[in-house]
Design a protein around this ligand. Structure first.
Ligand code: ATP
Ligand code: MG
Length: 524
């Protein structure tokens, strides 16, 4: 189609006529109805989804339901000050939170207001980022290739997590879910010495949703004690806060993480937990009269979690060439460890199945194991990591290769052994080995281990050197052996900590011999 110049000028003329410098048309409406933390507003025809809405009393709201003749929004902040008939203004902005280095070491709420009494954040308007953002596109991504070590033997050896991966932690209440998350944060200290300005340091964001205040205080104290606070942001939307705050907190935390990802840094984000976020979302949506679906959740509850978790990714090294506006540097990543609480181990409920299908694997924690003293209570049989294998260090991969099979065999035979009938030598041997491996994989809280420590202690078990040891002594032995290796073979340990180190015959001989020597001292 040919465009006539006269047509273009007429359009331009019309535009100029209606343009008046400096004037803006504020979109103003009225509150129709308010209650239970939600409001219906009349008159905001051009309102966007998730737009921030300002009420006269100073309270804020977020538009969630765009209907033909009204807008349903949730109230954030001082909800009690909103009355029917009040004037409201739409701001034309999506809800934004402050981001940047000022937040490290701080505890903030879902809108980025400090909660820790350490004074204002002093961020500028340039630091604001909208809480909802598009996930990196296919071309901007790269496969997971670097390890995100948790420091826990049971996880790093068998269910390895890589940078950019989304690994679900799922289990009943009080099965050590939060404990694993905290250990993972503490373990990141080994990446950059805990110095947030070191580019190697993995930064962490812990998003607490619907937790007791006391739990969050506990987490904060533990991170402080372990020296993990300087590189960690805590976003807290506790159980006592409005449902809307609990529902947006994970998005806020992700926006804070994205600031670093776009600058080429690595970030670990914990969502503790998404079950409570889904509850909050359901509550808000029922109040806004969205039609309830399965388990009374609104129809888009899958999207609630998928659009959140899709934002965790490994960004390609050449992303700045693809999208210079977004990535100042490529190669950054967001790894997420979302947590889901199950009821009686039921992983087939609505929210658990949704999140299982979105994530790249799950760590399943079992109450029975937890109570029988196997902690972390990871059920190895049904836990998987779909992409993390590519990120495991070659040495760890080799040494831990047989672990999963050995443990699976053990669990199977264990049931038989209870009959107490005569067992053949091979069965007895598998049982022996299994019992010691289970012992070996137990690990206390706040004691994350380095890669080399894990490799040598697991090698002691998988090579059969613990088979004739009393099970009660296995953990002492493993601890002692790590110390022995550090004292006598420090160079080897440093090498084994490397990401690229392969498990050669030389290492096998050296570590095996060292283990024999240590064993003779230990037993003798
Ligand atoms: P909730 O459902 O209440 O959030 P949770 O699944 O997050 O619980 P945690 O709070 O992490 O569980 O742990 C429950 C209890 O078990 C805590 O008292 C914690 O100290 C203890 N615990 C967790 N992991 C270990 C471990 N590896 N060794 C010893 N104790 C542990
Ligand atoms: Mg917990």
């Amino acid at each position: 189609m040919e465009l006539q110049p006269s047509e273009v000028t007429s359009v331009l003329k019309k535009e100029i006529e209606s343009f008046q410098a400096g004037s803006s048309t504020a979109k103003v409406g009225q509150v129709l109805q308010v209650g239970d933390g939600v409001a219906r507003v009349y008159g905001l025809d051009d309102c966007m989804m998730s737009e921030l809405i300002e009420f006269t009393g100073g309270a804020m709201g977020m538009a969630l339901n765009l209907e033909e003749d009204n807008v349903g929004c949730v109230l954030l902040g001082d909800a009690a000050s909103v009355r029917e008939g009040d004037t409201v203004k739409s701001t034309g902005r999506i809800i934004s939170v402050p981001t940047g280095d000022q937040l490290l070491g701080r505890v903030v709420d879902a809108l980025g207001n400090p909660l820790d009494g350490k004074g204002p954040l002093n961020t500028t308007d340039d630091d604001l980022r909208p809480i909802e953002q598009d996930a990196p596109s296919v071309v901007e991504r790269e496969p997971v290739s670097e390890p995100m070590a948790t420091g826990l033997k049971a996880i790093d050896a068998m269910i390895p997590v890589g940078r950019g991966q989304r690994e679900l932690m799922i289990g009943d209440r009080q099965t050590g879910k939060t404990a694993i998350a905290i250990d993972a944060i503490i373990n990141q200290k080994s990446t950059g010495g805990g110095d947030p300005n070191n580019d190697e340091q993995v930064l962490c964001v812990y998003v607490a949703v619907g937790q007791k205040q006391s739990t969050v205080v506990d987490v904060q104290r533990k991170l402080d004690e372990a020296g993990a606070s300087p590189y960690t942001i805590i976003v807290n939307a506790s159980a006592s806060e409005e449902a809307a705050m609990q529902f947006i907190a994970p998005y806020s935390g992700t926006a804070m993480a994205e600031r670093y990802r776009d600058a080429g840094r690595h970030v670990l984000v914990i969502y503790d937990d998404l079950t409570k976020q889904a509850y909050a979302y359901r509550q808000v949506m029922l109040l806004l009269r969205r039609p309830p679906g399965r388990e009374a959740y609104p129809g888009d509850v899958f999207n609630l979690h998928s659009r959140l978790l899709e934002r965790s990714a490994k960004v390609a090294q050449d992303a700045p060439e693809i999208n210079p506006a977004k990535y100042s540097k490529g190669g950054g990543s967001i790894t997420s460890l979302p947590i889901i609480e199950t009821q009686e181990g039921d992983v087939s409920a609505y929210i658990p199945t949704n999140v299982i299908s979105i994530t790249d694997g799950q760590i399943f924690l079992e109450a029975d194991l937890f109570y029988s003293g196997v902690r972390p209570a990871v059920n190895v049989g049904i836990s998987v990591s779909r992409v993390g294998g590519a990120a495991q260090t070659p040495a760890m991969k080799k040494v831990a290769g047989g672990l999963r099979i050995n443990l699976a065999q053990y669990r199977e035979l264990e049931a038989f052994a209870q009959f107490g009938s005569d067992l053949d030598a091979a069965t007895q041997q598998a049982l022996n080995r299994g019992a010691r491996l289970v012992e070996l994989l137990k690990q206390g809280q706040y004691l994350p281990l380095e890669n080399a420590d894990q490799i040598v202690s697991i090698y002691a078990g998988t090579s059969g050197r613990l088979d004739d040891l009393d099970t009660a002594k296995v953990s002492d032995f493993a601890e002692g052996f790590i110390d022995y290796m550090k004292a006598n073979h420090a160079d080897t340990m440093t090498e084994l900590n490397g990401w690229k180190t392969k498990w050669s015959d030389d290492y096998e001989k050296l570590v095996g011999d060292a283990c024999d020597t240590f064993k003779s001292q230990f037993v003798g």
